[in-house]
Design a binder for this molecule. Structure first.
Ligand code: HEC
Ligand code: HEC
Ligand code: HEC
Ligand code: HEC
Length: 113
């Protein structure tokens, strides 16, 4: 009985997710072109997700399951506490690496030629 109930619950959950909400699925890897910088930045989303359990640690303004690109809100210029896109990335990426004492903090640690 219990197993059957679990199966149906799982099935309903799967169907609801498959039906989609119009939001993107979490990517495995993101490559930021960063054309004005020294080189592109490869971001391993999957690996970061495994190490940083809280999605909201990075997707700080989104509801769970409705994570968006940072550029949805962060634009060309800093507007008060809402940093420009470049500063938003730099602040979030570097601050955490600094805090964790893991991950690159120097330019060429992220921007690879
Ligand atoms: C260490 C930071 C970090 C963590 C943790 C993280 N993400 Fe992300 N995620 C990002 C970044 C950076 C991007 C790329 C954003 C961009 O392109 O502007 C991204 C992209 C995404 C996208 C694609 C958005 C789009 O429209 O292209 C989804 C969906 C997503 N993440 C979901 C999740 C979920 C779900 C979790 C938790 C299981 C999670 N993320 C954990 C940083 C993170
Ligand atoms: C739905 C809109 C929205 C999205 C999407 C968003 N931000 Fe923000 N962000 C804001 C606003 C608004 C602020 C100004 C401070 C606040 O209200 O939290 C901000 C502030 C920040 C700050 C300044 C420190 C702080 O938390 O106050 C950083 C860093 C940041 N965002 C990084 C990011 C990154 C990186 C992403 C993508 C993974 C992202 N943001 C996605 C709206 C957003
Ligand atoms: C909330 C914490 C956190 C944030 C935010 C974060 N990182 Fe990391 N990052 C880590 C940790 C922890 C490691 C170390 C992983 C290890 O050594 O196993 C790491 C490692 C890395 C590495 C080297 C290993 C690898 O995955 O290739 C790169 C490159 C990197 N991060 C890029 C980024 C970029 C780019 C961003 C912003 C878009 C970012 N990180 C945001 C925690 C974070
Ligand atoms: C922890 C990773 C990380 C480190 C360290 C880092 N960056 Fe970045 N940088 C990024 C990410 C991610 C972006 C966003 C790229 C995008 O929006 O396409 C970016 C964007 C930029 C841009 C804007 C690129 C564009 O085309 O708009 C410049 C310029 C830049 N970085 C220069 C630097 C310099 C100089 C340093 C060293 C002082 C540095 N970065 C250190 C991750 C990093």
């Amino acid at each position: 009985m219990m197993r059957k109930a679990l199966f149906w619950t799982a099935l309903v959950v799967a169907v609801v997710f498959a039906a989609g909400t119009g939001f993107a699925a979490p990517p495995d890897k993101v490559v930021f072109k960063a054309e004005k910088a020294k080189g592109p930045v490869a971001f391993d989303h999957k690996d970061h997700g495994a190490k940083v359990k809280e999605c909201a640690a990075c997707h700080h303004a989104d509801k769970a399951g409705a994570e968006q690109k940072c550029s949805k809100c962060h634009g060309d210029k800093t507007d008060g506490k809402k940093l420009s896109l470049k500063e938003a990335f730099h602040a979030q990426c570097k601050d955490c690496h600094k805090k964790e004492k893991k991950g690159p903090e120097k330019c060429d640690g992220c921007h690879k030629k």
